[in-house]
Design a protein around this ligand. Structure first.
Ligand SMILES: C[S@@+](CC[C@H](N)C(=O)[O-])C[C@H]1O[C@@H](n2cnc3c(N)ncnc32)[C@H](O)[C@@H]1O
Length: 228
C-alpha cells in the first residue's frame, strides 16, 4: 500500500464517535434520512447526496433509463428509484445491493431486489440485456476494470453496460473512503471516481468499447458494448 492509498484515520467529524461501524450500518442510517458525509475522497468531508437517490426519478434519470434496453440489472441499486422506475415501465429489472435497508426500500417502491454483492453468483448471469452502474457506482470496490469485466459477464453477448461517469477533466482516482452518519464512521472501503476521459481505456481493459456518450444536465452516461 502506498501512502496515497492509506485508509483514512483520525477523529471523526462527529467527535468521539465509533470509527469501526460496518458500511451497511452507517449507510442504513443515511437511507433513513440522517445527513451523511463521505470522508477520504476529497480533502474535506463531502455531503453524500442520498436525497437524490430517495426522490422520484427526474428528467436526467429518465434519460439514463431510456438507455437501459430490455431486462436490466441495476448494480448497487440503493433505495431503488431506478429499479422501480424500470419496473413501472413494464421492463424486467432486478436491483442488487449489499445493504438490507436498500433492498427493502427498493421492494417498498415496487422494484424487485436481492441482497447480493455484485461479485456473488447472480440470477441470469450472461443473459441480461443491460447492466446499469448509475450514480457513480463504477466506483464500487475501487477497481473499475474488474467491475466492468463483471458487468460484461452479466450481460448477453449483444448486451450493454450503461455507466454514469464524471465530466471530462475529472481525473481517475482510487482511494479509501468512509461514511459518517448519525454519530458513527464506517470502516474504510475502496472507492474510485471515473470521468469521461478515462472510460474508453478502462472499458477496453474489460473487453468493452464505447458505443455512445450522452450528456444530460450535469450528468454523463456512456453505453458500453462488446466489440462487434
Ligand atoms: C452511490 S449508491 C447508489 C444509489 C443508487 N443507484 C440509487 O439509485 O439510489 C451505491 C450503492 O452501491 C451499493 N454497493 C456498494 N458495494 C456494493 C457491492 N459490492 N455490490 C452491490 N452493491 C454495492 C451500496 O450499498 C449503495 O447502495
Amino acid at each position: 500500500m502506498t501512502s496515497a492509498e492509506k485508509a483514512p484515520v483520525g477523529p471523526t467529524t462527529t467527535g468521539d464517535a465509533p470509527t469501526d461501524a460496518s458500511f451497511s450500518h452507517v449507510f442504513t442510517s443515511a437511507l433513513r434520512g440522517h445527513p451523511c458525509h463521505v470522508v477520504g475522497i476529497e480533502a474535506e468531508p463531502q455531503h453524500l447526496p442520498v436525497t437524490n437517490w430517495l426522490r422520484e426519478p427526474d428528467d436526467d434519470d429518465e434519460a439514463l433509463l431510456a438507455l437501459c434496453q430490455g431486462p436490466t440489472i441495476d448494480i448497487g441499486c440503493g433505495p431503488g428509484r431506478l429499479t422501480a422506475a424500470l419496473a413501472a415501465r413494464g421492463q424486467v429489472a432486478l436491483g442488487i445491493d449489499v445493504v438490507h435497508e436498500a433492498v427493502g426500500q427498493t421492494r417498498e417502491r415496487g422494484g424487485v431486489a436481492l441482497h447480493r454483492d455484485v461479485y456473488d453468483e447472480l440470477p441470469g448471469e450472461g443473459r441480461w440485456a443491460t447492466a446499469l452502474l448509475a450514480d457513480g457506482n463504477l466506483g464500487i470496490g475501487g477497481d473499475p476494470v474488474s467491475l466492468l469485466r463483471r458487468a460484461h459477464e452479466l450481460v448477453d453477448p449483444r448486451g450493454r453496460v450503461v455507466v454514469e461517469v464524471e465530466a471530462s477533466g475529472i481525473p481517475l482516482t482510487t482511494t479509501w473512503a468512509s461514511l459518517e452518519c448519525n454519530g458513527a464512521r464506517s470502516r474504510p472501503f475502496r472507492w474510485s471516481v471515473v470521468g469521461l476521459d478515462d472510460i474508453a481505456d478502462l472499458a477496453a481493459q474489460a473487453g468493452l468499447v464505447v458505443g455512445s456518450t450522452h450528456a444530460h444536465g450535469e450528468r454523463w452516461y456512456v453505453v458500453l458494448t462488446g466489440p462487434s
